[in-house]
Design a protein around this ligand. Structure first.
Ligand SMILES: C[S@@+](CC[C@H](N)C(=O)[O-])C[C@H]1O[C@@H](n2cnc3c(N)ncnc32)[C@H](O)[C@@H]1O
Length: 490
């Protein structure tokens, strides 16, 4: 049996995690079960998100490929299952009992979808619904989305950070202007604009600095605000109303920016993204015991929560999957028209949405990858891109951030040779960081958060001829936010 205790740093400090309480009851339960003890992995994480998709103990089957379908690597471990433990809940949940029950019988659940790669799960439809119907969600909770972000407000509003960016832009433009190489139109793109506060800080500061600088750059500026939520774009438009002449709004999917922004090829001087990559669909892959796996997931509602939820809308648990599908397709307002027997008004539909989201969990299983080249990382990149990271040493399970990689890869092609992409987000900057710390998924209000695989983005950028650089966000101490900068290599 293999026991992996990832949050080892939590074994020290004022309130150390209790190794015995997290591991022993689980190992005892496994040894008393019928499981083949030589084929079990016990993996302990500290799941820092109070709202997440896991139970205190989960069981993940590890599947084998069809016999003969895969070349047999030598000296591999052929595990049957992984038992995943949330160490944070070790003192409050009966881990041994939970493990024994899970090993004895398949728990009752209302399954919301078939097994699929993480990036294809319906949790991403919930995520999109959150942004498109944000107004209804925020009205019901009385909280703005920024309060759920790390630090309780977005670093995008930071004036010092905006000033630094603008001064750098002015320096580049001055140099180009000196050789008559500065284009008339000065493009800045922002992806995932939220309430528009970052754009406002940037534009206010830009106008102010330009007045002092005296080159008239403000009058040539085209600030493109891009988001997939029409509601968010409306909010942002209002926030920057006084800069209306300088701003254009684009409804687009950040994972496919070229579909709308291809006209900007080699023209954008700044592409700015904050707290968006961690909110884009992702798969996870793993290298376990010498084999490579894709993590498949399946969203479900635990039986008890499903029973209560169904009763609250005069339905049966069996009706829930169809009602959830309708909710995700239509949104809460139209759901009232489609299912008046269950939802007398919009408030009841919003309550259903929020309670469902709170109860949603993800089952997981490991499915062998037939070969990295057969795995579609994005439309343009195969899983071969992952090889140096997966083969970086010991076992590892990591995010692929398919949406962020696709977005990054496409936007690099929009940059002016002297342009740069700046992104503030939750980045894992070293693959080892996946071996010690849980990196998501978690829930931020109605949205999904996963940390972003920094080494993977850097690898993709370097292959395209860009320098990709990470540093802790400089303008606020103590947070986890990292700034990524990508620029054409000198
Ligand atoms: C957490 S908010 C960040 C807002 C702002 N940049 C900030 O830092 O405060 C994420 C934003 O990304 C947008 N978003 C999420 N997924 C997107 C996608 N696939 N395409 C376009 N926008 C997306 C959301 O609508 C939302 O405005």
């Amino acid at each position: 049996m293999l026991v992996e205790f990832r949050p080892h740093t939590r074994l020290r400090g004022e309130r150390p995690a209790d190794l015995g309480a997290s591991v022993l009851p689980v190992v005892n339960a496994v040894s008393e079960s019928d499981a083949d003890l030589g084929k079990v992995r016990v993996v302990c994480d500290w799941v820092q998100y109070r709202n997440n998709f896991r139970d205190a103990v989960d069981i993940r089957p590890i599947l084998r490929g069809e016999p003969g379908a895969l070349p047999e690597p030598i000296g591999v471990r052929d595990d049957d299952l992984e038992i995943a433990v949330d160490v944070r809940r070790a003192t409050e949940a009966p881990l041994g009992e939970l493990t024994a029950t899970l090993l004895r019988q398949v728990p009752e659940r209302v399954v919301l979808e078939g097994w699929t790669r993480g990036s294809q799960s319906c949790v991403w439809q919930f995520n999109a619904l959150y942004w498109s119907a944000l107004e209804l969600w925020e009205k019901a909770t009385g909280r703005g989305y920024e309060q759920a972000l790390p630090g309780g407000e977005s670093d995008a509003r930071n004036t010092a950070a905006a000033t630094e960016l603008i001064e750098e832009l002015f320096a580049v433009w001055d140099r180009l202007a000196a050789t008559n190489a500065l284009p008339e139109e000065l493009y800045v793109v922002e992806l995932g604009v939220g309430n528009g506060n970052q754009a406002k800080v940037f534009l206010d500061r830009f106008r102010e600095l330009d007045t002092g600088h005296g080159k008239g750059y403000y009058g040539r500026l085209h600030y493109l605000m891009c988001d997939y939520s029409a509601h968010v774009l409306d909010l942002a438009r209002e926030t920057v109303a006084e800069h209306a002449e300088r701003v254009s709004l684009f409804a687009l999917d950040a994972t496919r920016p070229r579909r709308s922004l291809a006209f900007l090829q080699y023209k954008a001087f700044l592409i700015y993204i904050s707290n968006v990559y961690d909110n884009l669909p992702t798969d996870e892959v793993a290298q376990l015991g010498g084999r490579t796996y894709c993590v498949q997931t399946r969203a479900y509602l635990p039986a008890e929560a499903a029973g209560e939820l169904a009763t609250s809308i005069s339905a049966t648990p069996g009706q829930l999957p169809e009602l959830v599908r309708k909710l995700l397709r239509l949104g809460p307002s139209l759901l009232v028209d489609a299912c008046p027997a269950h939802f007398p008004d919009v408030d009841s539909a919003v309550r259903f949405w929020q309670r469902t989201w709170s109860a949603v969990r993800l089952e997981e299983r490991y499915v062998p990858l037939a070969g990295l080249d057969t795995y579609p990382l994005t439309e343009a990149l195969t899983g071969e891109t992952l090889r140096p990271l997966l083969e970086s040493g010991a076992d590892v399970r990591m995010h692929v951030n398919n949406g962020a990689v696709a977005s990054f890869d496409e936007t690099l092609g929009l940059l002016h040779p002297y342009g740069k992409l700046v992104c503030h987000d939750l980045f894992v900057t070293d693959i080892q960081g996946y071996r010690t710390t849980f990196r998501g998924p978690g829930k931020y209000d109605g949205s999904v958060v996963n940390w972003v695989n920094g080494p993977l983005l850097a690898h993709v950028g370097r292959r395209r001829g860009f320098d990709v650089h990470y540093e802790p966000f400089r303008h606020r101490g103590g947070g986890h936010i990292v700034t990524m900068t990508a620029q054409v290599r000198d």
